[in-house]
Design a protein around this ligand. Structure first.
Ligand code: F6R
Length: 260
């Protein structure tokens, strides 16, 4: 796992956006896996600005979002589809036919989940998966105790995640209890995982993920087994890592050809 520690949230967001831009520049028909939540908002703003300036073309890009709430119609202001429209899709030249989401209103959830997995395979697999991390170590909405081999399926949010996401809904009782999420195995199949974590609230989960034991109790810890995982942090999110100095040393001594 490559761990990049930047002094500020803004610099961590810039590094993440630059890695995404490099991916799209190298492979204009990239398949991107995308995350929602507060963490990537600044990254999406930077990508939208790059597009606005003519420096980034999404016309051949395809996207698969990690997750969606069960029961929220398309167009619901708190749906992740709406979140993505507001923060990225409404601002770049992505073809609507290349945008994919789990459908939180699917009648046959297992069938829909199998079809989502099949659509990812048909697209050629995900080249770069953007991730955030939950306070309890979830990726996507793979909450603690999720199978580390799981595929796209329905999950029940933990009370902590419901609480953490209440800010989007106005109160915790309005947050749906269920989501459809790509599985841990689905995420592990992606060619490059790019996680951004910022703020002190993530420091413990980040340290356990990168330096602790691999365990379903902290699903993100499986990323230690991913062959190409980049973790971008601000100082505060990196505060509980034991080997910060080594991670900085690695970054400072990175061969020129590996730099973004
Ligand atoms: C959302 C997702 C989640 C979030 C995580 C962090 O699509 O996959 O894993 O990345 O809950 O959320 P924020 O960024 O709001 O702290």
């Amino acid at each position: 796992m490559e761990i990049i520690i930047k002094p500020t949230v803004a610099e961590a967001q810039q590094e993440t956006a630059k890695i995404m831009r490099r991916q799209i520049s190298r492979k204009p028909d990239s398949v991107l896996g995308l995350a929602t939540g507060s963490t990537p908002i600044g990254v999406y703003a930077l990508l939208a600005a790059m597009h606005e300036q003519g420096a980034l073309d999404f016309s051949q890009v395809s996207t698969f979002n990690l997750d969606e709430y069960v029961g929220l119609e398309a167009g619901h202001p708190c749906s992740y589809r709406e979140f993505m429209r507001e923060h990225l899709f409404g601002k770049v030249n992505l073809a609507p036919s290349r945008i994919h989401f789990p459908d939180g209103t699917a009648k046959d959830v297992p069938l829909h989940c199998a079809e989502y997995e099949a659509a990812i395979v048909r697209a050629g697999g995900i080249d770069l998966q953007l991730l955030g991390i939950g306070r309890e170590g979830h990726i996507g909405f793979n909450e603690p105790s999720s199978s580390l081999a799981s595929r796209t399926r329905i999950k029940t949010l933990t009370p902590q995640t419901v609480q953490d996401n209440a800010r989007f809904f106005g109160s915790a009782d309005k947050v749906p209890r269920h989501v459809i999420t790509m599985g841990v195995g689905t995420i592990m199949d992606t060619r490059h995982c790019l996680m951004l974590a910022t703020g002190g609230g993530k420091a413990e989960a980040v340290a356990r993920m990168a330096e602790g034991a691999i365990t379903a109790d902290l699903p993100a810890s499986i990323l230690q087994m991913h062959p190409a995982c980049t973790l971008v942090l601000d100082e505060v999110a990196a505060a509980e890592l034991k080997r910060c100095e080594y991670y900085r040393w690695v970054y400072d001594n990175k061969p020129e050809w590996q730099r973004v």
